[in-house]
Design a protein around this ligand. Structure first.
Ligand code: PEP
Ligand code: MN
Length: 358
C-alpha cells in the first residue's frame, strides 16, 4: 500500500485531540501507513455554543509527545493569532486554516500577520464554507503575501442549500480550478467533512485520486462511536488501512502538460452543464419576449429578426471554426424550441398545434 501511495500526502488523525492515549492509539494503528503528518484539532470551531470545543492548549503537550515518540509531524487548526502563537511556541511545523476561517478575510489576515515571514511553517488552506473560488484564492494570497512558502490546499466540500447525501457537497470544478491557479501547491481532499458519515468515504477518496489530487486529510479515531466530535464520520485506523488498500491509484500522464482522461471528461461534463444552463437562460429570455409580444399583440415569428440571428450567429460560429452544416440545424433547433415555449405563453390552448406546425 505504501508503494501505491508513495507520491501522495496522507494526513490522518482524530477530529480532535482528546487525550495522549487516544493519539497514541491512532498512531500505533497507522504504523504501516507512511503518514505525512497526523492531524489533531485542539480548538474546535463548533457551529453552536456548548458543544465540545476542544481540549485547548494543554492538548499541544500530548501532540508534542506523540510527534517525538512516532517521529511524525503534527498538524492542527488555527483560527486566531493566539492559536498561532501557541502553536509556534510548541514548535508545531504545520497548521491548517478551517473552512469557517477561510470564509472570513479579516481572520485570515490576522493569521497571516501572526505568521509573517515564517519560513518553517507549512499552511494548508481549506476551501471556504460557500462555493466562492475567490474567497479561497484570496485566503491563499494573504498567506503568500505574508512570505509563507509552504502552502497546501484542502477541498472539504461546500455548505449548499437543498437536500443531498453529503455533509458538505464536493464541487470538484472549484479545486480543479484552484490547481490551475496554484499549480505548485498540493491539493488534498478531506473526505471526512465532505461525507459526514463513514460509508461515503471510499467513493470520495477514489474520485479525488482519479482527479489527480495529491492526497488526503482524513479523520481517524480509535473508537469513533465514543468520539467527542464528529463521531459519524470518523473511522478506525484499521478501517482507513482497508479503504486505502481498496483505492486504485491510476497513473497520471507522464508529460506534465497533458491532462488525465478523467480530468478532461470531467471538464467536458462541466462545459455541457454550462451549455444547457445557457440554453435555459435563452429560453427564459424567449419567454419574457413572449410576454411582451402578447401584451402588444405582436406575432411570435418575425422574419427579419430570425434572419439576422441566423446570419450573425453563423458568422461568429465560423470564426470559432464551427462548420455551417453543424451550426444551421443547431440554430434551427434552438429557434423551434423558443417558438414552442413562446407559443405556450401566447396561446396556451393551441400550443400543440402551433408547435407541430412550425
Ligand atoms: C476539521 O478539520 O476538524 C474542521 C473543523 O474542518 P472544517 O474547517 O473543514 O469544517
Ligand atoms: Mn471534524
Amino acid at each position: 500500500m505504501n508503494e501505491k501511495f508513495k507520491n501522495k500526502i496522507i494526513i490522518a488523525g482524530p477530529c480532535s485531540a482528546e487525550s495522549e492515549q487516544q493519539l497514541d492509539e491512532v498512531l500505533e494503528g497507522l504504523q504501516e501507513v507512511d503518514l505525512y503528518a497526523f492531524r489533531a484539532g485542539v480548538w474546535k470551531p463548533r457551529t453552536r455554543p456548548n458543544g465540545f470545543e476542544g481540549k485547548g492548549a494543554k492538548a499541544l503537550d500530548w501532540i508534542a509527545n506523540i510527534e517525538k515518540k512516532f517521529q511524525c509531524p503534527a498538524i492542527s487548526e488555527v483560527a486566531t493569532c493566539e492559536h498561532v502563537e501557541n502553536i509556534l511556541q510548541r514548535g508545531l511545523s504545520k497548521v491548517w486554516i478551517g473552512a469557517r476561517t477561510t470564509s472570513n478575510p479579516f481572520a485570515v489576515q490576522e493569521i497571516a500577520d501572526a505568521l509573517q515571514g515564517n519560513q518553517e511553517i507549512e499552511v494548508f488552506v481549506k476551501n471556504p464554507i460557500n462555493p466562492d473560488i475567490n474567497l479561497w484564492r484570496g485566503a491563499v494570497e494573504r498567506i503568500e503575501n505574508a512570505g509563507i512558502q509552504k502552502i497546501g490546499l484542502i477541498h472539504r466540500g461546500f455548505s449548499v442549500v437543498g437536500h443531498h447525501s453529503y455533509r458538505n457537497v464536493p464541487i470538484w470544478k472549484i479545486p480543479l480550478d484552484m490547481m490551475a491557479v496554484f499549480p505548485t501547491y498540493p491539493m488534498l481532499v478531506d473526505p471526512s467533512h465532505i461525507a459526514g458519515k463513514s460509508d461515503l468515504l471510499p467513493e470520495i477518496i477514489q474520485k479525488a485520486m482519479d482527479l489527480a489530487f495529491n492526497g488526503m486529510m482524513i479523520e481517524t479515531h480509535p473508537n469513533p462511536d465514543e468520539a467527542l466530535s464528529d463521531p459519524e464520520q470518523q473511522i478506525t485506523p484499521q478501517k482507513l488501512i482497508a479503504i486505502l488498500s481498496n483505492t486504485t491509484i491510476r497513473q497520471e500522464d507522464s508529460s506534465a502538460a497533458e491532462e488525465s482522461l478523467e480530468s478532461l471528461r470531467f471538464q467536458m461534463d462541466q462545459v455541457d452543464e454550462d451549455l444547457l444552463e445557457h440554453v435555459r437562460q435563452r429560453m427564459d429570455l424567449a419567454q419574457k419576449i413572449a410576454q411582451y409580444k402578447k401584451l402588444h399583440n405582436i406575432t411570435i415569428y418575425q422574419k427579419e429578426r430570425w434572419e439576422e440571428i441566423r446570419k450573425t450567429r453563423t458568422q461568429i460560429a465560423q470564426k470559432m471554426n464551427l462548420s455551417e452544416s453543424f451550426i444551421r440545424p443547431y440554430l434551427d433547433a434552438l429557434h423551434q424550441e423558443s417558438i414552442r415555449q413562446q407559443t405556450e405563453i401566447m396561446n396556451p390552448k393551441s400550443e400543440q398545434g402551433a408547435a407541430r406546425d412550425y
